[in-house]
Design a protein around this ligand. Structure first.
Ligand SMILES: [Fe+2]
Ligand SMILES: [Fe+2]
Length: 410
């Protein structure tokens, strides 16, 4: 069986990095034709796969994989490769330093302490989330290959500098796929899940505050010295402590942002699956994304409730307001109903457009337009995750996403 990998062109052969990759429209005219991507792609032989892994995948799978189902799984793999890269960075700096089920992590002491101000278990949760993403990517890659379908290889785009702070894997400096050093974290999901309205039915629901140009990991040891001692809250006004706490708070919200993206993406993909086994894969992995989102939604709330609320980044001026305080909410023109930090369970909302049906507690959005593959690429790009990558990465991503969004269930 021949196995194939869809990969990007060598970045050295592509145009220089676009400074505003996120502003690109998902117009099919901007997508480079499929053949041009396949040209020069890496073809990986079956012998390169661990024999046991390949046999296991083959024995648990039967039947042919339709083109549509392969398109769905390829985009899911794209998303998991992106998630794996960013979670690996979070894990190096903020994960469990001595996990029970993985290699020891050096970690970044002030970052870990600041994360633990959100919840003492944050490092273990980060490590476990990372393990989950790596397993999702490895499984989807193996499944596609076991069925003779093209896989996805994003390795040519692992070119970003990344953090150089204490704790990073020095062998990976300059080899990152995702940027976590300056993010614009969309918080619309926070308000959406507290609202009785549904974006799939046209509701426009803005987040409670903004996080702009914020690092979500320490940049380097000059910006956040590893010797800084981060106390438990309330956090002193010391610039060095406010800075690292704001970075950890950003991470807390970014974790939830990423996982709610997966929470919406997987149902939109599942709705298009034809094979029962592919449907099972999408629902089973998608359920774990929901599990992650729910956890991080809860932890992020601790950054905007007492005793931690009120941190301001001295560099970017981003502030994490108290979203339970009536006076703060009045100043921000917010209603407690849409901000209360412990309201993390989805509020029932309008669902199907059929008249007369009551509100229902659901995952949203799940429309292709708002929660699908193209929407995911655009949302991750707007987040800043791909800042610094060449246009070829965006084009490949949009090609995979458009193919997935166009799949029709048979
Ligand atoms: Fe995942
Ligand atoms: Fe995830």
């Amino acid at each position: 069986m021949k196995e194939k990998t869809i990969s990007g062109q060598n970045p050295s052969q592509t145009q220089p990095a676009s400074s505003d990759i996120q502003s690109k429209a998902p117009n099919s005219s901007t997508a480079v034709a499929r053949r041009s991507f396949i040209k020069g792609l890496g073809v990986v032989g079956a012998t390169l796969l661990p024999g046991a892994a390949l046999l296991k995948a083959q024995s648990s799978s039967s039947g042919k994989l339709s083109k549509g189902d392969a398109d769905l799984l390829r985009f899911a793999l794209w998303a998991e490769l992106v998630e794996s890269d960013l979670w690996t960075q979070y894990n190096e700096l903020g994960g469990a330093t001595a996990p029970n089920d993985g290699p020891a992590n050096p970690g970044n002491p002030p970052y870990i302490a600041a994360l633990q101000n959100l919840d003492g278990d944050m490092p273990q949760y980060i490590t476990d989330n990372n393990d989950d993403e790596l397993s999702h990517a490895a499984f989807l890659d193996a499944y596609l290959r076991a069925h003779g379908a093209e896989s996805v290889n994003l390795d040519p785009f692992r070119i970003l500098q990344g953090s150089t702070a204490t704790g990073v894997d020095k062998t990976k400096i300059g080899k990152r796929l995702t940027n976590l050093l300056s993010l614009n974290v969309n918080l619309n999901w926070y308000t959406t899940y507290r609202s009785g309205q549904n974006p799939d039915l046209g509701a426009i629901i803005n987040g409670p505050f903004t996080i702009s140009n914020q690092p979500a990991i320490p940049l380097n040891d000059n910006d956040t010295p590893p010797t800084v001692v981060v106390p438990t809250p309330p956090i002193p006004s010391t610039s060095a402590v406010q800075r690292i706490q704001a970075i950890a708070n950003t991470a807390g919200f970014h974790f939830a942002f990423i996982e709610q993206g997966g929470t919406s993406l997987y149902p939109t993909l599942a709705l298009k699956a034809t094979s029962e086994e592919v449907l099972r894969i999408l629902l089973s992995i998608g359920g774990v994304e929901i599990d992650h989102f729910s956890l991080w939604h809860d932890k992020a709330g601790n950054a905007v409730s007492q005793p931690l609320a009120g941190v301001t980044d001295p560099e970017t001026k981003s502030t994490f307001p108290d979203l339970n305080d009536p006076a703060t909410l009045a100043q921000l023109h917010l209603q407690l109903e849409l901000t209360q930090t412990n309201k993390i369970q989805p509020e029932p909302c309008a669902f199907l457009q059929t008249q007369g049906l009551p509100a229902c507690s659901i995952i949203r959005p799940t429309s292709t337009q708002l929660g699908g593959a193209v929407a995911t690429v655009k949302s991750f790009a707007a987040d800043g995750l791909f800042t610094g990558l060449p246009d070829a990465f965006f084009n490949l991503s949009m090609q995979l996403a458009t193919a997935a969004d166009n799949v029709k269930r048979r």
